[in-house]
Design a protein around this ligand. Structure first.
Ligand code: PLP
Length: 395
């Protein structure tokens, strides 16, 4: 394959042929390995943005790559009109990874599509139209998922939305109690709202939402697109508080970067899902399923859930010791470091040291971290050194 190889040539070609929906960093990434990516000039970067939380097992984990290669050579794709060995194994592995190892999955391609399926199921399962979601939540860009997204920046696309959503502030149980009524099909939330500020509510809040849903006949939906599969230092965010939702949605790193999303239904909800309720040409495709099965095996066998907890704790402790760091929020390896300096300045200074991290749209002081769960003591130390040099105390 030949094509553009310098940064300028790559940028020029992308900008010429793609609609300008994304703000890009001045960087072309062409290769990845573990916690590192390499730019078009061959320079290594420490990736604590994780390709937008997708590189759960690190970039191009050899085991995932081997599974994808093997499956690609055998069968790239066949639809759900037939049974398939890779799909059977992936579905079993995901259910077994789920809380309690019970329930069933619907496989799809993205987080938005998973949330669409969960919202539809909530409505059909309860016969109710309404959704109570969080004013600082984000659930995807398709119309249904967007309509349940509270963050105004994303909702205001210039056209009408799907009716039926009410919004309450995350963490406010009294507001949820006032909003959930006889028309409410579901309460939908990111257990740790990521774009909404990486805040963690009290255990009583999550337990209170579970009780509220049970009392009023609504379903509890956890959007675990960012928090699922070990990122928070537990397999699922609800494990921190002993709360099990009726549906988990997931995507991002579930297949280590091969597009894949899923809804994990509790046994009770799965029992009501019928033929024709959901469908997707590419959902459950063999290639994504091979990557999904390998991803779950890597997370389990390399102890990545415990590693996320340990590395997250080390980052928190190290960052809090630095001048200019006001607060560290989040769980495991989903963290927001609140700085005296604007996050934009700190992120730019991190990039000068070839370190990638992210921001939080609702908090201009916060540097958001979503590194691979493979990040260990060496990567944590390297990141903390770069953060200290990026001067969180200097505007
Ligand atoms: C919490 C959450 N839900 C849903 C989505 C949408 O996922 P996707 O972009 O795969 O549709 C995202 C994407 O960033 C997300 O962070």
């Amino acid at each position: 394959m030949t094509g553009p190889s310098s940064f300028d040539a790559i940028r020029e070609m992308e900008d010429r042929f793609q609609v300008p929906t994304y703000a890009h960093l001045p960087l072309a990434v062409v290769r990845g390995e573990g916690c590192r990516v390499f730019d078009s000039e061959g320079n290594p970067w420490l990736d604590f943005y994780g390709g937008h939380a997708v590189a759960l097992t690190g970039h191009s984990h050899p085991r995932v790559v081997a599974a994808v290669r093997e499956q690609a050579g055998r069968l790239l794709f066949y639809s759900n009109i037939v049974y398939n060995d890779a799909r059977a194994r992936a579905a079993k592995a995901l259910v077994e990874f789920g809380p309690g190892g019970a329930g069933k999955v619907f496989l799809c391609n993205s987080g938005a599509e998973a949330n669409e399926a969960a919202l539809k199921t909530a409505r059909t399962a309860t016969g109710r139209p309404g959704v109570v979601a969080m004013s600082d939540g984000f659930h995807g860009r398709t119309l249904g998922a967007l309509s349940a997204t509270g963050l105004g920046k994303y909702r205001d696309y210039g056209g009408p939305l799907v009716p039926g959503s009410a919004f309450v502030p995350f963490g406010d149980l009294a507001a949820a109690e006032a909003a959930v009524g006889p028309d409410t099909a579901a309460v939908l939330l990111e257990p740790v709202p990521s774009l909404g500020g990486v805040r963690v509510a009290s255990p009583e809040y999550y337990r209170g939402l579970r009780r509220l849903c049970d009392e009023r006949g609504a379903l509890l939906l956890f959007d675990e697109v960012q928090t699922g599969l070990g990122r928070t230092g537990r397999a699922w965010a609800g494990d921190h508080w002993g709360v099990r939702p009726d549906m988990h949605t997931m995507a991002k790193g579930v297949a280590s970067g091969v597009p894949c999303g899923a809804v994990l239904f509790s046994e009770r909800i799965a029992a009501g899902v019928k033929e024709g309720d959901h469908g997707s040409t590419f959902g459950g495709g063999p290639l994504a399923c091979a990557a999904l099965e390998a991803t779950l095996a890597v997370i389990r066998e390399e102890g990545l859930v415990a590693r996320a907890a340990a590395s997250g704790a080390a980052i928190r402790e190290g960052a809090l010791a630095l001048p200019g760091v006001r607060e560290v929020r989040g769980l495991g390896l989903l963290l927001a470091i609140s700085c005296e300096a604007p996050a934009k300045a700190v992120l730019a200074r991190l990039r000068e040291r070839r370190v990638l991290a992210s921001s939080v749209s609702s908090d201009p002081s916060a540097v958001r971290l979503l590194p691979p769960l493979t990040a260990g003591p060496a990567e944590v130390e390297e990141f903390l050194e770069a953060l200290a040099a990026a001067r969180p105390d200097q505007p």
